[in-house]
Design a protein around this ligand. Structure first.
Ligand SMILES: Cc1cc2nc3c(=O)[nH]c(=O)nc-3n(C[C@H](O)[C@H](O)[C@H](O)COP(=O)(O)OP(=O)(O)OC[C@H]3O[C@@H](n4cnc5c(N)ncnc54)[C@H](O)[C@@H]3O)c2cc1C
Length: 431
């Protein structure tokens, strides 16, 4: 059943209802988790979508964002004041799932991850109580919710610091023919590790849209897209981005001064609704030439033209924050690789999932062993542990023991309370 919540009291009632009846409980905000954890069979789905108000105070540079809001609504409201925090790269993603998994977006090299701009949340816990979580109130839980996912309760409101960005920024996409991909990625790798924090962006190995504006030779073909966003004055950006724009040259250069909200919606068309999806991800210790070769080979052999490989650089402000400041680790990894399959026909499930798994397995050779929680599929407990590393996982587990010992919030990348074994045990403990 769906509990369409309009207020914190509704959320509390839904949590209490599920807990008292030992029903499975899921939380739905943007619906973008490819694991499908936001919905459940035979239980209660807390549907947060009506709790989507955003208010911005430009004086204190603060945004208050309700728990069911999408990024497009946050970007619109904050940009009215020329303010932003790092937000999802697709405007249709939910703030909650993304921010609680730490949140990666175009501005992260300048502003850190989404969770690095978090000031506090209002949280409804497993016992149906509403608490404030911040550096001052429940500080250990504040550490845990910045990267630990939806394990500790339902967030009804986020309070973020917002920062001057835009409303116009220099950004857009460079597009290169597939055969140039190796050289372009190598150039990007060598450039970005030395680039100023204002240079934000990443690489998407995709198919060029079969549209008029795309030059005929690359239309519909495997291409390398480089999305750029200079998070500073546009005139400075022209100089800073020159080494990337002059390399090649690209088949298409759409980098120009544009509204920040346009950059935030640039890739929305790449993930239409109704697709079948599977993905995996790894943080890399180093983007070696061999790793780039493996990515490029997999790009051209994708079974589905809707599949893509993202190469997201780290560094900048992400790495300037101490590793143990939040539950998100991996702050020193230079690259995050996200392998995404999207296709339409269930008859093609096997071949597309196999493509992701094969490339994921090849990437292990270059990986740190850590993974990005927001980009994991349902890959088992060991992978969730590895995503955090054992010390962080155990610290999160201690929080889980304290705030959700019966694992009511388990439809997520689950941090298991101590002694937790299976669904039956959960029902017994809850009852
Ligand atoms: C097209 C697409 C683009 C993406 N782009 C990015 C990106 O740029 N950066 C990035 O970091 N990730 C990105 N992701 C991954 C995304 O952050 C995660 O899938 C995230 O979980 C989605 O959040 P949601 O609210 O949309 O999802 P939902 O499916 O609604 O929720 C996912 C999980 O989040 C938790 N949750 C949701 N709402 C709440 C709440 N109010 N309180 C507590 N827990 C809650 C629950 O555990 C739930 O199972 C993308 C995903 C897709 C499909």
């Amino acid at each position: 059943m769906f509990a369409r919540c309009e207020s914190t009291d509704d959320v509390r009632a839904a949590v209490n209802f599920a807990r008292e009846r030992s029903l499975p409980l899921s939380v739905y905000s943007g619906g973008h988790s490819v694991t499908g954890h936001a919905v459940c069979d035979g239980g209660v789905c807390i549907d947060m979508r009506q709790m989507n108000a955003v208010s911005v105070d430009p004086e204190t540079q603060t945004a208050r964002v309700q728990g069911g809001t999408l990024w497009r609504d946050v970007d619109g409201a904050t940009q009215e004041h020329g303010l932003a925090m790092t937000g999802g790269r697709m405007s249709t993603t939910g703030v909650a799932g993304l921010a609680l998994g730490s949140g990666s977006g175009w501005l992260e090299r300048k502003l850190g991850l989404t969770c690095d701009s978090l000031r506090s949340v209002q949280l409804v816990t497993a016992d149906g109580e509403e608490i404030t979580v911040s550096e001052v109130e429940n500080p250990e839980l504040f550490w845990g919710i910045r990267g630990g996912g939806g394990n500790f309760g339902v967030v009804t409101e986020f309070e973020f610091d917002v920062h001057p960005v835009g409303p116009m920024v220099l950004g857009g996409m460079l597009m290169y023919p597939g055969p140039m991909a190796r050289d372009v990625v190598r150039n990007f790798r060598d450039f970005i590790v030395k680039a100023p924090n204002e240079v934000c962006g990443g690489i998407a190995m995709i198919s060029a849209p079969p549209e008029e504006f795309v030059p005929e030779p690359v239309r519909g073909q495997p291409v390398l897209g480089m999305i750029l966003c200079y998070a500073g004055p546009a005139e400075e950006g022209e100089e800073a981005l020159r080494p990337l724009r002059e390399f090649g040259p690209p088949a298409m250069d759409l980098v120009q001064p544009m509204p920040y909200v346009a950059i935030q919606q640039l890739t929305d068309g790449g993930a239409p609704e109704g697709m079948r999806n599977y993905w995996t991800a790894d943080f890399l210790a180093d983007l070696s030439d061999e790793a780039i070769d493996a990515l490029c080979e997999a790009h051209v052999s994708r079974p589905s033209p809707m599949s893509q490989i993202l190469v997201i650089p780290g560094g900048g402000a992400i790495g300037e924050i101490p590793e143990d400041a939040t539950a998100f680790g991996q702050r020193t990894s230079p690259f995050n690789i996200h392998i995404i399959a999207g296709w339409q026909d269930s008859a093609d499930d096997e071949v597309n999932v196999a493509w992701v798994k094969d490339l994921g397995a090849k990437m292990k050779e270059y990986a740190t062993g850590g993974a990005y929680l927001n980009y994991l599929a349902e890959e088992g407990e060991d992978r969730v542990r590895a995503a955090f590393g054992s010390d962080t996982y155990e610290r999160l587990q201690a929080l889980k023991d304290r705030y959700d010992p019966a694992n009511l919030f388990r439809l997520n990348q689950n941090i298991k309370p101590t002694g937790w074994q299976d669904e039956k045990e959960a029902v017994a403990v809850t009852a």
